[in-house]
Write a protein that binds this ligand. Structure first.
Ligand code: MN
Length: 433
């Protein structure tokens, strides 16, 4: 087999040389500015270097809407090609070594081989994801009217078995968490008995919970509508929290930013889950109207910052059981997915570093003295600071690119992949989530 194209470390270093003079100038200027606020810039570079966010395997393929999908050139056709693309993202930004798999889309034929393929690219496997929201060829029972909460026990058992299989696969790949999101719900009033459906959910999840190893976590993902448009079984964080408590200490609540009604105060939900010791982590994305799955930070960067403000506050406060898993969950319909994931990973690092810039003593004082204006101004001072030079230097020191998008485009990666990966005729439209 011909060697597959990879972005070369030497090429990244070469591109970095072109940007070095202006980055260093900006970095020095920012260092002086932060110094006046008694903030050491080097600490922030270290924080940026330590920040990690996982990439979803399904995110590197072009997504779509329920109307259409417009495939891009050189799309990955299997899990190995998806990992190649994840490897390219990791090389550029150096904050994304984790890859989250979706079963059955990414079911490995040979787990050891897949694991070493990932390892050779500096990657490892993050949370596993099950799929009981669509039917697979040859499966005995349909999920049309639900999976873990279906009135028919045989359907529920099939869905439970699938989740246990995901955990088993995850064990062979070195994963440490399993995420369950179900599309179960109703399209019409009266279609589903709300309480009975939730009881069945808990009964099914107890079976799955038993299969979760002791050093793993079970993530429950809520969503208020879609594909069921009248009601969903795990509709909000309160229901998720109740279920996580019922199930036990390994179960916790995953927050997908798009899974809330518009204008819901997500940062407050995050604070509640932190306080109750049940925050699993995140599926980051952004949205304007619904579960739009747009790129993180593209629509509401201030909301993203406010979420990280809560996270950093908990981190610095050393809150017990606080260990959130960060992952992107987006659908890239009109952009090169690699570019979107690169940009989104950077936006998360940005929000994280900015949240570290909040003067927490000043904020606490404003809160205690009932001074809302100064409280807001304290947050805004951090949010309006351009930390781009910190992020660029952090990437560069880790071997990544000062200008990841420019470097990616200059590398010709997509053109090479278009040649290596001729489109499959009639290929399934995976990537629509
Ligand atoms: Mn999600």
């Amino acid at each position: 087999m011909a060697k597959k194209f990879e972005i070369d470390d030497g090429f990244i270093a070469e591109q970095n040389e072109k940007a070095r003079s202006w980055v260093e100038e900006d970095y020095d200027a920012l260092a002086k500015k932060l110094n006046r606020q008694d903030v050491g810039i080097e600490d922030l570079v270290e924080r940026a270097r330590d920040f990690r966010v996982a990439v979803p395997s399904w995110g590197v393929g072009t997504g779509g809407t329920r109307f259409a999908r417009f495939p891009g050139e050189g799309e990955p056709r299997d899990i190995y090609e998806k990992l190649e693309d994840c490897g390219a993202i990791f090389k550029l930004v150096r904050s994304t070594p984790g890859v989250s798999l979706h079963i059955p889309w990414d079911k490995p034929k040979d787990a050891d081989e897949l694991r070493s393929f990932a390892k050779a690219r500096g990657l490892h496997f993050d949370a596993m994801n099950s799929n009981t929201f669509q039917d697979q060829p040859g499966q005995p029972f349909s999920y049309k009217f639900g999976s873990l909460t279906h009135p028919d026990r045989a359907v529920r058992e099939q869905a439970i078995e699938h989740n246990i299989e995901c955990i088993e696969i995850g064990k062979t790949l070195g994963s440490k968490a399993h995420t369950v999101w179900i599309g179960d719900g109703g399209n019409f009033p009266g279609q589903q008995h709300f309480r009975r459906a939730l009881e069945r959910y808990l009964e099914s999840m107890r079976e799955i919970y038993k299969a979760v190893p002791d050093d793993w976590r079970l993530f429950i993902e809520h969503k208020f509508y879609e594909p069921a448009f009248y009601s969903t079984v795990i509709n909000d964080w309160g229901t998720s929290y109740y279920c996580a408590r019922e199930l036990g200490p390994k179960a916790c609540c995953l927050v997908d930013l798009g899974h809330h009604a518009p204008n819901v105060n997500i940062e407050m939900i995050v604070a509640r889950l932190i306080q109750f010791g049940k925050l699993a982590g995140f599926h980051f994305n952004d949205s304007k109207y619904g579960d739009d799955d747009l790129d993180a930070g593209s629509i509401k960067p201030f909301q993203l910052f406010l979420i990280f403000n809560e996270l950093v506050d908990a981190e610095l406060g050393k809150v017990e059981n606080f260990d959130p898993a960060y992952m992107l969950d987006q659908s890239h319909n009109v952009t090169d997915p690699i570019e979107s994931l690169v940009m989104s990973a950077i936006e998360l690092s940005r929000a994280y570093v900015q949240a570290h810039l909040v003067d927490r003593a000043a904020l606490t004082e404003a809160q205690e003295k009932c001074d809302p204006l100064i409280a807001l101004a304290t947050l805004k001072q951090a949010f309006t600071t351009d930390v781009s030079p910190i992020l660029a230097i952090a990437r560069e020191r880790a071997g990544g690119a000062i200008d990841p998008i420019g470097t990616y485009r200059a590398s010709g990666y997509r053109k090479h992949k278009a040649e290596e990966r001729p489109a499959k005729v009639g290929a399934a439209a995976s990537g629509i989530v």
